[in-house]
Ligand binder design. Structure first.
Ligand code: ADP
Ligand code: GN1
Ligand code: MG
Length: 539
C-alpha cells in the first residue's frame, strides 16, 4: 500500500484520511495538538520524514495554512498529490494544482483550471472555463458558473452561486455589492457605482447607467439595509411596498406624478422585494428621481417651509392607510420612556468606561426624566391618537424638485410605523430649525432658530392642520422638545455603548451629536412659551 503523510488531524483531516484510504493510501498524520494511533509526530517533523515518505498532503480548512504547507512540502521534495473522491467528476481537460482536493459528488468541468491547494467541497460545481487561484475553497454545494475567476485564498460560502461572465464594474470593491448589482439586473450594463448620501444607518450606493446620448446618469439607488438596526428586513420591505403602492394611487388621484412624488422600488430579477447576499444581508433598490436634490441643512428658509408642507402632506396622504397592516420595524422606536431606561442601563454598565467623559451630559438627561413621559402619558390616556407616521423626518429624508425648489418626494421609509404626529413634527424641527449641523463640535455655533420653527409650523399646519386634533396641535411644541431630547439620549447611549448603532467618523462623534441636541433642548426650554404661542397663531 502506498504511504501518505497527512498534515492536520482535525475534522477536515479525518475527511481527507477517509478519502485517501478509499483511494488506496495508508495514512499517517502529523499534527501539533491531536493525538491518536495514526498521529506519528508534529507538523515540523515533515523534514525528517522526507526520507521515509514520498507523498504528503495538507488537510487544513484554513486556506492560507493549507496553501503554506503545500508549498513547504513541495519545497522539501515531497510529491503532493491531487485527491479526487471516486464519486466526484473531474473533466479530463481540467487542470488541478498540487494538493487540491475534490470531495464527494463535486464537479470540475471542462477546461477549468485550479491552482495549488484548492478545496472543492462536497456537491460543489465548478463549471467550464473557470480559473481558481491557489488556496481557494469552494464551499458545500456552491456553484461557480462558467468563466469566473476566483481570487487566491478566496472562500466561497456553502450554497453560494457565483455568476459567470461578470465584468469589472468601476467602484465595485466587494463581492456582495457585485452580487447585488447582478441580482437587480444591472451587472451587465451599468457604468459605475459609488457611495452616496449621508444617512447614519444604511449603506447607500448610486448606480450610474449609460444613456442613449452616451452620457452616464445616476439612475438607481442601491442600499444594503443595516440588519443590526432592522432585524426583520422582510417586514421593513413589506411596509415600504404597501405604503409606496398606496401613495402611488393617492398621488395619481390628486393629479400628481407618482414616478417623481414617491419612490418606486425595484424587485430583483427573481421577483423578490430584496436580495439577500451571501452574508445574509439584505439589499434593495429604487429609482433615483431625476432632477431632484437633497439638502443636509436648510440653505434658504423657503426650503424648510416646503419640507413642512411635504411632511404634513405625507401625514395627510397616509391618514387612511390601514395602520394595523404595518409591522413595527423597530420596537418602541419613539418610546421616549424606554429610551430613557436604555440610557440608564448604559450609564450603569458603562461598558466602554466612557461615563466619566460625559458626566455633564448624563446629568442633563437625568434631570429631564419626567419630560420623557409627557407625550407617552397622553398617548396611553388616549388623548393623542396613533397615526401612520414616518418617524425619521430629517431634512435629508426629503427630495426637492431642482427645477422649482418645491418638496418633491419623501424618502427613507424604513421606519414608517404607527406613531405620534408630534414626533414627526419634532424630528424635523430638531434637525432643521438650528443654526448648525447635528454634529457641530463648537457649541457656540449651535442655536435653536425660532424663525425657522415658525416657518415649519406654518407649512405643517397648512398641509396637515385639517386632520390634526386640537390635542395633537397642542402637542407639537412638546414634540420638538422631546424628540430632540430623545435623539440626544440615543446618541449619548450609543456613545456609552461604544458606537454600535449610528455610523461614526471619529471617536467622540456620538457625544458631539448628543451635545448639539442638548444645547437645542436647553434653548427650546427657554423659549417654550413662544413656541406654544406660535403653534396657536397658525391654528
Ligand atoms: P439612511 O437610513 O442611511 O439615512 P436613506 O434611505 O435616507 O438611508 O439614504 C441615505 C441618503 O441617500 C439620503 O439622506 C439621501 O441623501 C440619499 N438618497 C437616498 N435615496 C435617494 C433618492 N432616491 N434620490 C436622491 N437621494 C437619495
Ligand atoms: C438616523 O437613517 P437616518 O440617518 O435618516 C436614525 C434616526 C435619527 C437620526 C439622527 C432608523 O436617521 O432615528 O433621528 O439618524 N434612524 C434610525 O440623525 O435609527
Ligand atoms: Mg436617511
Amino acid at each position: 500500500m502506498e504511504k501518505l503523510l497527512v498534515l492536520g488531524a482535525g475534522g477536515f483531516g479525518q475527511v481527507v484520511r477517509e478519502l485517501a484510504e478509499e483511494l488506496g493510501y495508508e495514512v499517517s498524520f502529523l499534527d501539533d495538538a491531536a493525538r491518536g494511533s495514526k498521529v506519528i509526530g508534529r507538523c515540523m517533523d515533515y523534514e525528517t520524514l522526507a526520507g521515509s515518505y514520498q507523498k504528503a498532503v495538507a488537510a487544513f480548512g484554513n486556506n492560507r495554512l493549507r496553501l503554506r504547507w503545500v508549498n513547504q512540502l513541495l519545497e522539501a521534495g515531497y510529491e503532493v498529490p491531487v485527491l479526487v473522491h471516486p464519486t466526484a467528476w473531474v473533466s479530463r481537460s481540467a487542470a488541478l494544482g498540487d494538493g487540491s482536493i475534490v470531495l464527494q459528488n463535486a464537479v470540475v468541468n471542462t477546461r477549468s483550471q485550479l491552482g495549488k491547494a484548492c478545496l472543492i467541497n462536497c456537491g460543489a460545481v465548478v463549471d467550464h472555463d473557470n480559473r481558481l487561484e491557489d488556496g481557494t475553497h469552494i464551499g458545500l454545494g456552491a456553484v461557480i458558473k462558467a468563466n469566473c475567476c476566483i481570487k487566491p485564498l478566496q472562500k466561497i460560502e456553502a450554497g453560494t452561486v457565483i455568476f459567470s461572465t461578470r465584468r469589472k464594474i468601476d467602484g465595485v470593491d466587494n463581492l456582495m455589492l457585485e452580487d447585488a448589482l447582478y441580482a437587480f439586473g444591472f451587472g451587465n450594463t451599468c457604468s459605475f457605482v459609488k457611495p452616496f448620501g449621508a444617512g447614519h444607518i444604511n449603506e447607500t450606493y448610486a448606480v450610474y447607467m449609460p444613456q442613449d446620448d452616451g452620457k452616464e446618469e445616476l439612475s438607481y439607488i442601491l442600499q444594503r439595509v443595516n440588519i443590526n438596526v432592522f432585524k426583520k428586513p422582510k417586514e421593513v420591505m413589506e411596509n415600504i411596498m404597501g405604503v409606496t403602492e398606496f401613495l402611488r394611487k393617492r398621488i395619481m388621484q390628486d393629479g400628481g406624478n407618482p414616478n417623481r412624488e414617491t419612490l418606486s422600488y425595484i424587485r430583483t430579477k427573481a421577483g423578490e422585494n430584496f436580495f439577500e447576499d451571501s452574508e445574509g444581508k439584505p439589499w434593495r433598490c429604487y429609482n433615483f428621481i431625476e432632477k431632484s436634490i437633497c439638502y443636509q441643512a436648510v440653505e434658504r428658509p423657503e426650503q424648510f417651509y416646503e419640507s413642512a408642507k411635504s411632511f404634513g402632506n405625507f401625514l395627510k396622504q397616509l391618514s387612511d392607510y390601514p395602520a394595523d397592516t404595518l409591522h413595527e420595524t423597530i420596537p418602541r422606536f419613539h418610546d421616549t420612556e424606554s429610551r430613557f431606561m436604555d440610557f440608564e442601563k448604559a450609564v450603569e454598565r458603562d461598558v466602554k468606561d466612557r461615563a466619566g467623559k460625559c458626566a455633564k451630559e448624563i446629568l442633563f438627561v437625568q434631570n429631564r426624566k419626567e419630560d420623557c413621559s409627557v407625550l407617552m402619558n397622553q398617548l396611553h390616556s388616549g388623548k393623542l391618537p396613533l397615526r401612520v407616521t414616518h418617524n425619521d423626518t430629517k431634512l435629508n429624508n426629503i427630495l426637492f424638485d431642482e427645477t422649482n425648489g418645491k418638496g418633491l418626494c419623501i424618502i427613507d421609509l424604513d421606519t414608517i410605523m404607527p406613531g405620534l404626529a408630534a414626533n414627526d413634527f419634532g424630528d424635523s424641527i430638531r434637525f432643521g430649525a438650528t443654526t448648525a449641523a447635528e454634529d457641530e463640535p463648537d457649541l457656540s455655533k449651535v442655536n435653536f432658530d425660532i424663525g425657522l420653527y415658525e416657518l415649519y409650523v406654518k407649512g405643517y399646519l397648512e398641509a396637515a392642520g385639517g386632520i390634526l386634533t386640537e390635542a395633537e396641535k397642542e402637542s407639537l411644541a412638546w414634540g420638538a422638545r422631546i424628540i430632540t431630547l430623545e435623539c440626544g439620549i440615543r446618541f449619548l447611549t450609543d456613545f456609552l455603548q461604544g458606537d454600535t448603532y449610528f455610523k461614526t467618523e471619529r471617536p467622540m462623534h456620538n457625544l458631539e451629536r448628543a451635545r448639539t441636541q442638548f444645547k437645542l433642548v436647553a434653548d427650546m426650554e427657554k423659549q417654550f412659551d413662544q413656541m406654544l404661542a406660535i403653534v396657536k397663531k397658525y391654528c
